[in-house]
Ligand binder design. Structure first.
Ligand code: HEM
Length: 533
């Protein structure tokens, strides 16, 4: 049947309208790109491949990639612009003066950029790390009390016992003589163990035998890194069809299933018993994160849904384990490479624990380890677990020197670059804990040292992580002497966190003076404080 006469003109009109609409949008985009380009060309631009490819593929997640950052920072001091595609500039910032206006801007003006964390979304959902806008602001307000020192206090016992389990295994492997061990994996299991106990009050004994839940988390972290490195796996639909994509979906389902079961079980108990009886029922076990999130309410009495609580718990498990394990591994490595600093920390710990019946670090002790704390900070400076964070400016942001970061620009705030900036830290490659002595930190910019980021989206788990690192470091130095196992320096690998390439092998020597098993020390299978679900 022939089409009615009006169809052809109507189609033509629609095509013209579409064309004009498209042209108008292209003109607006063109004007915006031109405006942005006008501002951005005032920033220094390191040599690129060519005008078409820009700096595409020049940033590398390797030791050499980090050395390139050292060169950039040495040459440009404040910032430089990097073109990862002809239409995609990234402003790299590595000085407190250039970090300040972006990091301290409201979370609405400089929200997180999706470029770096997008692949975590199916796993972490709308947890604090990935959410934005009003939802993030509301959750951040509700979650902050869960990290108050009064709450963190009750976790220190868990840190002690989880460390004992790791040490008991090391002690067995050493059998009384020095032994070379890769410390990264045991530290990752240790941090996962403590988090599972602090968040869920669940003891999966993951340091002693395989745990499906913990295996799924480790698999998810590894798969996210692999996906970042494989361009073909970037589109969701292609990834879903791949073997990695299917493994990712399976591991996500396992993690979500565990978290949802705990949250729903607790919610049912809360509803069955009522508030008061439920709180009293906690006798014998301290409140964990899930309890705190179930009870959290804002001023209008609104609380978090089960889905919200699960996303936050999954986020803490992810964000808290690899970061703290990386921080600890590099700390022990740096102390192994600097025996005199190691010995000074050990003296501090010995002094603290002398005359104690049980050698356990308590909450109050954490403020009596000044030199160990300086070593932890210096290690976080030299080897920051998170090497960079990213933001996307939704407004023009003016810098101290009159330069303007145009709206729409992605900024890569380089924590590693700032910590290695020779205009802030003389001889930045040298491990010198005295940089953090009270005299030497006077007058220093608070943004010169930002391992936990800064501003509204800083790390909510900072005090938790610092407390855990102090306990693990103090107990490890009390029980073992550490030496590097190899002559050449460890190669660094910046992935989701800064890892040692191929693991981190140290020579561990059990100290005769330590209270080892049979002498009241850690025993294999020492049980943890959690009650289990
Ligand atoms: C040494 C250990 C840690 C380091 C170096 C570290 C570092 C960071 C950094 C740099 C950020 C900012 C990320 C960004 O802006 O994209 C961050 C955010 C975050 N961290 Fe940590 N973190 C550590 C431990 C922890 C722990 C133990 C937890 C929880 C138990 C945690 C929970 C979070 C959360 C939820 C966020 C997102 C905060 C928000 O956007 O409001 N972190 N962390």
């Amino acid at each position: 049947m022939p089409w009615p006469a009006w169809v052809a003109p109507a189609l033509l009109l629609a095509a013209v309208a579409l064309l004009f609409g498209g042209l108008r949008r292209a003109a607006v985009a063109g004007r915006r790109v031109h405006g942005a380009w006008h501002h951005l060309r005032r920033f220094p631009r390191p040599p690129w491949r060519n005008w078409l490819l820009g700096h595409m593929g020049m940033a590398k997640s390797t030791e050499e990639g980090l050395q390139n950052v050292d060169n950039l920072v040495g040459q440009y001091h404040h910032c430089c612009v990097w073109w990862i595609a002809p239409w995609q500039p990234v402003l790299r910032l590595f000085h407190p003066d250039t970090l300040r206006p972006v990091l301290l801007a409201s979370a609405f003006v400089a929200p997180k950029d999706k470029l770096f964390y997008g692949f975590l979304k199916p796993w972490l959902g709308d947890g604090l790390l990935l959410s934005h806008g009003r939802k993030w602001a509301w959750h951040r307000r509700l979650l902050t009390p869960a990290f108050h020192p009064d709450t963190l206090k009750s976790y220190v016992g868990i840190f002690n016992r989880s460390t004992e389990i790791m040490h008991a295994k090391w002690w067995q492997e050493a059998a009384g003589a020095p032994v070379v061990l890769d410390i990264f994996e045991p530290l990752a299991l240790l941090t996962l163990d403590t988090l599972q106990k602090c968040i869920f009050s669940h003891d999966s004994h993951c340091q002693e035998r395989p745990s499906k839940y913990i295996a799924a988390i480790l698999e998810l972290s590894a798969l996210v890194v692999r996906r970042q490195q494989r361009l073909l796996h970037h589109p969701d639909w292609l990834y879903r069809l791949s073997a990695d994509g299917r493994h990712f979906a399976r591991a996500c389902a396992a993690v979500h299933g565990f978290t949802a079961a705990v949250v729903q079980h607790r919610r049912r108990e809360l509803e069955r018993l009522g508030h008061q009886a439920w709180l009293e029922g906690h006798q014998g076990r301290s409140m964990d994160f899930i309890d705190l999130l179930l009870l959290a309410k804002d001023e209008d009495g609104r609380d978090l849904s089960d889905e919200d609580i699960s996303a936050e718990a999954d986020t803490f498990m992810f964000e808290g384990h690899d970061t703290t394990a990386s921080g600890l591994a590099w700390l022990l490595y740096n102390l192994a490479c600097h025996p005199h600093h190691q010995e000074r920390c050990r003296q501090e710990v010995r002094e603290l624990l002398k005359d104690r019946e049980v050698e356990e670090i308590e909450w109050e002790d954490l403020s009596h380890l000044p030199f160990t704390t300086m070593c932890i900070k210096e290690s976080l400076r030299l080897h920051p677990p998170v090497t960079a964070v990213s933001r996307r400016c939704t407004k023009d942001i003016a810098l101290h020197d009159g330069h303007v970061i145009p709206s729409g620009t992605t900024c890569l705030l380089s924590i590693y670059g700032t910590h290695h900036n020779p205009s802030i830290w003389p001889e930045p490659q040298v491990f010198d804990p005295l940089r953090f002595s009270p005299e030497n930190t006077q007058g220093q910019s608070p943004l010169a040292f930002v391992p936990f980021s800064a501003g509204p989206r800083n790390c909510i788990g900072r005090s938790f992580a610092m407390a855990e690192m102090k306990v693990v470091a103090a107990l490890t130095l009390r029980r073992f002497a550490l030496r590097p196992a190899e002559r050449r320096p460890a190669r660094r690998k910046p992935e989701l966190v800064l890892r040692p390439e191929g693991g981190l092998r140290l020579l561990l020597e059990p100290l005769a003076e330590a209270p080892w098993p049979g002498r009241g020390g850690p025993g294999v299978g020492a049980t943890a404080a959690g009650t289990g679900e």
